[in-house]
Write a protein that binds this ligand. Sequence first.
Ligand SMILES: *[C@@H]1O[C@H](CO)[C@@H](O)[C@H](O)[C@H]1NC(C)=O
Ligand SMILES: *[C@@H]1O[C@H](CO)[C@@H](O)[C@H](O)[C@H]1NC(C)=O
Length: 293
Amino acid sequence: MASSSSYTIVLLMLPLLLLASSLIPAYAGNFYQDFDTTFGDGRVRILNNGELLTLSLDKASGSGFKSKNEYLFGNIDMQLKLVPGNSAGTVTAYYLTSQGPTWDEIDFEFLGNLSGDPYILHTNVFTQGKGNREQQFYLWFDPTADFHTYSILWNPQQIIFSVDGTPIRKFKNMEANGVAYPKNQPMRIYSSLWNADDWATPGGLVKTDWSQAPFTASYRNFNANACVWSSGTSSCDSKAQSTNNGWLTQELDSTGEERLRWVQKNYMIYDYCSDSKRFPQGFPPECNNTQRN
Ligand SMILES: *[C@@H]1O[C@H](CO)[C@@H](O)[C@H](O)[C@H]1NC(C)=O
Ligand SMILES: *[C@@H]1O[C@H](CO)[C@@H](O)[C@H](O)[C@H]1NC(C)=O
């Protein structure tokens, strides 16, 4: 008797449970649900019920994927484990970009290297189709030995690139100084693994060693706390989501600023804002230090 009535209660509750779970935002990423292959066919593999994705590169082709959703602002994490061993000539790109000739783009690019030599983490920000804002870093760990978290916080005030929670780069909204800022064009997440041995090694001199192919990079724990853009409306406009949107106004606190300075002092190997040869007529306005920090 007792067991049959509790059985009835469970049956009655089932639709409620299903309804409740459908209201929880799908933050825990699943590669089947959230991404599509862009090129490389079988070189994009989704494993472990959607928890793991691998890209591979061989002599015939690289591979890539993109998010099904478009986002207009977000706090987006992905864990990557990069091509190990002799990865010189390979580039793993992980970025956000919009469409069209005046696109916006926020880039992480990982330039491979000979065994034991450091990867370069190359970053850039495009606004209205204009980039030329490179900053490059070495990492304080071997990015091929394990997964590490690479994050983009993109809100109306600034873009912050982070690695394992440590901010490495900040691009502030400086529209007041005439610098375009990405805030009107929704972006998709893209990633690709490709051969760039014509530029991604010192002077293009080291060539990809195809005897090591296929080269493989792995992805897991995608998490987008983001405003999904669909048919001209943002999911963040609905009240239901607004409680989770602290990141929309988030800035670096004093600890964050300190860690950013630590990375920039110890690990930054190139900053376009210090490359005076490149800008003989003066630096772009966003390089003005009294305002960029
Ligand atoms: C590769 O290693 C060399 C030697 O340490 C270093 O100078 C270079 O910046 C590294 N990265 C790339 C992409 O060449
Ligand atoms: C940088 O910004 C400060 C404060 O707004 C301004 O006074 C200064 O002229 C700017 N410098 C350059 C080189 O634009």
